[in-house]
Design a protein around this ligand. Structure first.
Ligand code: R1P
Length: 402
């Protein structure tokens, strides 16, 4: 079905006093006015020496249960957190710097207390505190779908009850109306793009076969069928038994409640004209699977973006994690609500790239909208029971936000 990306509409102004208070900032600057209680804690992503970060380092404790490893304290293998340290409402961000920056939006800790920080031996940073009184965690997820898999599964294992996870990332804007600096919300869900190595394997084996049979090489490249310079894989696809060099998974939906709330909050923060809802695509690499071309490798991806847009006219954003988040949420037996939102850092259709100095205020804007959404979405605290590992056993839990 051909659908144009939908625009959000802003919530009517002045609905109530609380709303008016929340509506105050349009685009939050990196350093806010002194009257704002959080202003003194807004810092740049780089150089935040005052933030206490516990680095576990290379030391590894003893783990039990090869199926789902946890240490004697119940800490997960890659994220290094245990029950009580992670809130059911999670903001997943790509970089450690973004996590640190957005932690400055959290409620100031009570006197004598600090926000909970933990950096695992693999570099995953978890920061837990409260936002508007509600416990939330910000988790740096790094890049790519395998890292998102760690973040979703290992956090699921240490949190009881239903969870909400919002990814705030950066992305490429695939087509208009999405443009540089916009907040692109994956309200239509996400497709996944995977480079299929079998395509090249089949080309190579066909080439070898032809060579053995004494036929003239069809590619004229001197023996390697994957170096024949086909423009976009179409002609190569026929040669590789009809296979395509890039496999595209069907769309996985986002949580509709989160989509509605997030588009509303994003429009309130940056204005409806800078929020675009549509379909996201997560690729398994930054370069070939996102249609970035070059001559060093035989990628056969020149036609990839055009094919994606033709197949999915509502496609707006291209990045590397949201598909995994939505896929796991869909398979979580109703225990996870999830969505992704990205700052458009690049325009793939014009080749423009955002001035990096503008990124921080956009991260703050997106983070504000995401945190407001996280604390508003209703979650069922009872269901479902989590039985991933021994850590789910019933026992008194000390919550770091209490
Ligand atoms: C690539 O540069 C990284 O940036 C995007 C991609 O998804 C990938 O992770 O997101 P983040 O800014 O959240 O890392």
């Amino acid at each position: 079905m051909l659908t144009a990306p939908a625009r959000t509409s802003a919530r009517p102004a002045g609905a109530n006093a609380d709303l008016a208070k929340r509506n105050a900032p349009v685009l939050m600057p990196a350093c806010k006015a002194p009257s704002d209680p959080r202003s003194s804690t807004v810092v740049r992503a780089q150089g935040t020496p005052e933030l206490p970060i516990a680095v576990i380092g290379r030391h590894k404790p003893t783990y039990k249960n090869a199926n789902f490893p946890t240490d004697a304290e119940g800490r997960t293998y890659h994220l290094g957190t245990k029950e009580g340290e992670v809130a059911p409402r999670i903001l997943s961000v790509g970089s450690v710097g973004r996590a640190q920056l957005l932690s400055t939006l959290l409620d100031p800790p009570a006197a004598g207390k600090t926000l909970f920080h933990r950096t695992s031996s693999r570099g995953f940073l978890t920061i837990t505190g409260r936002y508007e009184g509600e416990p939330v965690s910000i988790v740096s997820t790094h890049m790519g779908m395998p890292n998102m898999d760690f973040v979703v599964r290992e956090n699921r294992a240490v949190v009881r009850g239903q969870m909400a996870i919002i990814r705030l990332g950066t992305c490429g804007a695939v087509q208009r109306p999405a443009k540089l600096g916009d907040l692109l919300i994956a309200s239509h869900g996400s497709i996944g793009i995977r480079r299929d190595p079998d395509y090249w394997t089949l080309l190579d084996s066909e080439s070898s076969l032809e060579h053995t049979n004494g036929h003239k090489q069809s590619n004229g490249s001197g023996g390697n069928g994957s170096a024949n310079g086909h423009a976009n894989g179409h002609s190569g696809a026929a040669a590789a038994g009809g296979r395509k060099p890039y496999a595209v998974a069907l769309p996985v939906p986002a949580d509709p409640q989160l989509a509605a709330l997030l588009s509303e909050e994003a429009a309130r923060v940056v204005g409806a004209a800078r929020v675009v809802q549509g379909l996201n695509a997560s690729a398994d690499s930054f370069y070939s699977s996102q249609g970035r071309t070059g001559t060093d490798f035989d990628d056969r991806n020149e036609g990839l973006l055009g094919e994606l847009v033709a197949e999915h006219p509502d496609l707006v954003s291209l990045e590397m994690e949201t598909f995994q988040l939505l896929d796991l949420a869909r398979c979580s037996r109703g225990s996870i609500k999830a969505i992704g939102m990205c700052v458009a850092l690049a325009e793939r259709y014009s080749n423009a790239f955002l001035e990096y100095s503008k990124l921080e205020e956009l991260e703050i804007a997106g983070g504000t909208a995401a945190l407001r959404t996280l604390v508003r979405v209703p979650l069922d605290r009872q269901a479902p029971a989590v039985a991933t590992a021994d850590i789910a056993e019933e026992r008194a839990v000390q919550y770091v936000w209490d």
